[in-house]
Design a protein around this ligand. Structure first.
Ligand code: ATP
Ligand code: LTN
Length: 331
């Protein structure tokens, strides 16, 4: 613990238009820590370039991701909001931790295996060592808690192993972080292929509901969502499409699965899909409005980034001077 409060860190890549998976699995939960924890929420642009990006789009999405953090309720006065590449200590510690991370460990990462399949023409070293940079993000701030979706669990466990290994060699240096994974919305599924994760980089746009989609688009996507032939709204492992829609409906309305089953008892999927679409579009409307307002004032976003990076760099410096001394670098 660096401050008198416990520390929270999380990051989102500016690699596409964020989905309701990013929202329900991650960002929506970030603000619950704002009062009682010291919170760092980062736009991880260094991570985004492990996959080829168009420069102008990367720049635009970096602003957009920051604005979305704020539109989802993260007050810049209560949370440290910043851009990863503005604090060079991330890259510096990332390199150092590369040297304490094993080839075998990185080879087992499922995200690496998935992404190297998807980007077979560009399996670069950064894609491979990505989890060591993610560990650096987290350990740099002596983080206690990392809120993410369940897909990041494996990376988080590796970050813990790296911290423990470093601490074993050099004595207590890093806090070993815990993960925080919301049980109900940890994995929102694709609307077209409900056994696969909803992913912002899915080429099939009908599979993905984005936070900034218009109400018409949202309704259309839910109408087309893949379900099953049973015509009964029931939460069950063998009904992945319906269960996913129920999870989304639950997340936006707070209704329990039993209540949802009762509400749609004897009604077809048509009604149910419309209701999910309405709840989702209504839930996102305030985020969309606030986002538009924030994006109209770039100077303000830049000042938030600048203040956030200054604050983050202050904490990062403390950890880095400890790390340098322990390793034996000349001061
Ligand atoms: P990409 O498609 O580019 O791999 P992504 O959609 O997985 O990206 P990230 O930036 O890697 O998005 O993830 C940001 C956060 O959102 C992470 O905490 C991740 O766990 C969470 N997240 C992403 N997709 C989902 C999902 N479908 N359900 C729940 N949480 C998710
Ligand atoms: N790897 C994460 C993004 C990420 C992250 C982090 C999340 C980078 N650094 C630190 C939590 C903590 C992803 O792909 N979603």
């Amino acid at each position: 613990m660096l401050a008198d409060k416990k520390i929270v860190f999380s990051g989102v890549q500016p690699s596409g238009n964020l989905t309701i998976g990013n929202y329900l699995g991650a960002i929506k939960n970030f603000s619950r820590f704002s009062e009682d924890y010291k919170t760092f929420y980062c736009v991880v642009d260094l991570h985004a370039i492990t996959v080829r990006q168009v420069p102008a789009e990367l720049r635009r999405r970096t602003y957009e991701t920051l604005a979305l953090y704020m539109a989802c309720g993260l007050d810049e006065k209560k949370n440290t909001l910043f851009v990863q590449s503005h604090v060079p200590a991330h890259a510096e510690l990332g390199w150092i931790l590369d040297c304490y991370t094993m080839f075998g460990e990185l080879s087992r990462m499922t995200q690496f295996k998935d992404k190297s399949q998807k980007h077979a023409e560009n399996i670069n070293a950064g894609l491979f060592t990505y989890p060591a940079l993610m560990a650096a993000d987290i350990l740099l701030y002596q983080t206690d808690v990392v809120p993410t979706g369940v897909d990041q669990k494996q990376h988080l466990e590796l970050a813990r192993d790296i911290a423990e290994r470093f601490n074993q060699v050099y004595g207590d240096t890093f806090t070993v972080p815990e993960s925080y994974i919301p049980t109900d919305t940890m994995k929102i599924m694709s609307l077209q292929e409900p056994t696969a994760k909803m992913s912002k980089s899915d080429p099939n746009d009908n599979a993905v509901v984005r936070i900034l989609d218009s109400k018409d688009d949202i309704m259309r996507k839910f109408k087309k969502a893949v379900t099953d032939s049973e015509a009964s709204v029931r939460f069950s492992e063998d009904k992945p499409g319906v269960s996913n829609l129920m999870t989304i409906y639950h997340a936006f309305t707070g209704k329990s699965f039993e209540d949802i089953e009762r509400e749609f008892d004897g009604r077809g999927y048509g009604d149910f899909k419309m209701a999910v679409g309405e709840a989702c579009a209504d839930g996102l409307a305030p985020v969309r409005e606030e986002f538009a307002r924030l994006m109209a004032d770039k100077a303000h976003l830049e000042s938030v980034m600048k203040n956030g990076a200054d604050e983050a760099a202050y904490y990062a410096r403390k950890t880095m001077s400890k790390v340098r001394r322990k390793i034996g670098f000349v001061n």
